[in-house]
Design a protein. Structure first.
Length: 365
């Protein structure tokens, strides 16, 4: 069965006369549970919820390993770091992974006294960095420069060093890239982006290679209380059904936009893994099935970038990415990324390709 079919059916109930296809959200803190609580399928809303169960079953089919959902992407990230790492461990991170993730070791996880080694996609120092490391954390493609890391090659090096590997798969979702099948131990994601895909909720998950790790992550979620709301889970499960169709349109819109931008005289540089030249070089089709829906580009000044964002009528100026609405922003307004003042990250949505192309062309001129 292909993913496009899986996303429609995964986690839905078996056919039963009169039952709904995808049961609605179960809102409960308390469940009927008498006698021995270990015999109750559901007892208390922080431990488990049938709406989570159905969604996690769907994720497992797509990821290729048991999945644990969390209240947000950062709850998933911190849950994984907190579960895997112990005091004094060495953590290796790709230098352009999510900014908030990079902040944790020196701030909220300071008491773990981690040694953090940072490495970039073009570096040859991976072997040295991984020596005696406990965990390698990579995000591919990264944001906002869309650098590609070769997961299979890094897994090989990490295994030799005895390190576990986590891939932040937020941008791709398991439909464009499956870290567990590439050999990673964990696939981590913010589902607030393309997976939920409507710009209306916050959610995250971790899929693990082994059931044992999934159990430990679940225990972390229960103890720390990083639990997702049933409504968010249900909305995301509902949105999962259209994920393949949405990504298909978003990726082809992005391909068209990247080509348009590359030809435009006002645009100084385009970053998109699907380009034949320049930034497209690192693209590994056997790792990432399509080049994605995020396109970054440089205009010469802050004023030009602001004017573009003001003039574009079909592009909402907003942070984040992966929504069915096309969005863009000038990244330098946040600080934190190493970008010039005219650098824009654009996330292609599901609008009509001709409308989008015409709007972008008009906004640039
Ligand atoms: C957004 C994001 C996160 C954090 O997710 P939240 O759902 O906002 O908590 C982590 N990693 C990446 C790559 C992201 O884009």
């Amino acid at each position: 069965m292909k993913d496009a079919t899986r996303v429609v059916r995964a986690g839905c109930s078996p056919a039963r006369q009169g039952a709904s296809l995808l049961p609605g959200p179960t809102f409960a803190s308390i469940f009927h549970c008498s006698g021995d609580p270990s015999q109750c399928e559901y007892s208390y809303g922080r431990f488990h919820n049938p709406t989570w169960t159905a969604f996690e079953q769907a994720l497992e089919l797509l990821e290729g390993g048991p999945a644990v959902s969390f209240a947000s992407g950062m709850a998933a990230v911190s849950g994984l770091l907190g579960t895997v790492l112990k005091s004094g461990d060495i953590l290796v991170v790709s230098e352009d992974c999510y900014y908030t993730t990079r902040l944790l070791p020196g701030e909220q996880l300071r008491s773990l006294d981690l040694t953090v080694r940072t490495i970039d996609s073009s570096s040859s120092g991976w072997e040295e960095a991984l020596s005696e490391a406990a965990l390698l954390w990579v995000e591919t493609p990264s944001n906002p420069h869309l650098n590609i890391y070769d997961v299979r090659a890094l897994v090989k090096l990490a295994k030799q060093a005895g390190a576990l590997v986590a891939v932040d798969n937020t941008t791709c979702t398991p439909l464009l890239q499956k870290p567990l099948l590439l050999g990673a131990d964990f696939s981590v994601a913010s589902d607030s982006k393309a997976l939920a895909g409507h710009g209306d909720l916050i959610l995250g998950h971790v899929a693990a290679r082994s059931g044992e790790w999934a159990e430990r992550l679940r225990l972390w979620r229960t103890r720390m209380g990083a639990v997702p709301g049933p409504m968010e889970i249900w909305l995301t499960h509902r949105s999962l059904g259209s994920l393949d169709v949405r990504l298909d349109r978003m990726c082809s819109n992005a391909e068209r936009i990247a080509e348009l931008l590359q030809r435009h005289e006002r645009v100084q540089k385009v970053y998109y893994p699907g380009l034949k030249e320049g930034s497209g070089r690192g693209f590994v089709p056997s790792q990432m099935y399509r080049p994605g829906y995020v396109v970054s580009f440089e205009l010469s000044t802050r004023q030009e970038a602001d004017r573009f964002l003001q003039n574009a009528q079909l592009i909402d100026e907003a942070t984040s990415f992966g929504s069915l609405h096309t969005t863009a922003e000038r990244r330098a307004r946040w600080g934190g990324d190493r970008v010039n003042a005219g650098f824009i990250r654009l996330s292609a949505g599901c609008e009509d390709p001709d409308d989008l192309a015409a709007d972008i062309d008009r906004a640039l001129s």
